[in-house]
Ligand binder design. Structure first.
Ligand SMILES: [Zn+2]
Length: 206
């Protein structure tokens, strides 16, 4: 009895194993199909279809400005800087490198849209437009939007530039922003002008 009873069980086990193997092939094949269809949107989607949420998010304008190397020739946050500022920045970054310090442009040139976004974020962070003004200028007045300012990271590099920037014409503009530097052509001869306590003291931003 026991041998007879085991035979169907064995063939059932065989069938089950076969079934699992087939299922595995289907799963693998489905995986391939999913991967292929995942790449499909690049090939073009039918015109009238509303875009799925994930695509809508990635289709938002790319307005992040940094970080970038001061030597990056492909990032507009660097390449759209004022020529005098960019030249000074690259000379300073080269000198910093000799001191073992790697300078990063956390933010240089910005679009007005990016500046506006930062202002909205600052108003949310600091609670009012007046408080935010100590940190972020409006889009029409920002030296970043004009390509005339760089925010330098990391902190060690910003400190290095605060100590050594004048000989390259790079000056910290605001006492409360250790990272924000602008080009002052006269600085190598005359030193940097005194920093404003914060941007609200800057006559250019009135
Ligand atoms: Zn800045």
């Amino acid at each position: 009895m026991s041998t007879l009873a085991q035979r169907p069980r064995a063939s059932f086990a065989l069938a089950a194993a076969l079934g699992l193997a087939l299922l595995g092939i289907v799963v693998v094949a489905t995986g391939v199909i999913v991967q292929v269809s995942g790449a499909a949107p690049d090939a073009g989607m039918p015109g009238g279809d509303p875009a799925p949420p994930a695509v809508a998010t990635s289709a938002e304008p790319e307005i992040v400005d940094g970080p970038a190397s001061p030597f990056d020739d492909g990032n507009p946050t660097v390449t759209k800087l004022d020529a005098g500022l960019l030249g000074a920045l690259r000379e300073a970054a080269t000198a910093a490198r000799r001191d073992g310090i790697e300078m990063v442009v956390n933010s240089g040139w910005r679009t007005p849209e990016r500046q506006e976004q930062l202002l909205v974020e600052a108003i949310s962070t600091y609670g009012s437009r007046e408080a935010a003004a100590k940190w972020v200028a409006p889009a029409d007045k920002s030296s970043h939007v004009h390509g005339e300012a760089v925010d330098i990271g990391d902190l060690e590099a910003a400190i290095w530039l605060g100590q050594n920037g004048a000989e390259f014409g790079l000056c910290q503009t605001y006492a409360n922003e250790q990272w924000h530097f602008e080009y002052r052509e006269s600085a190598p001869r005359e030193g940097c002008p005194e920093a404003y306590p914060d941007p609200t003291y800057d006559p250019r931003l009135q």
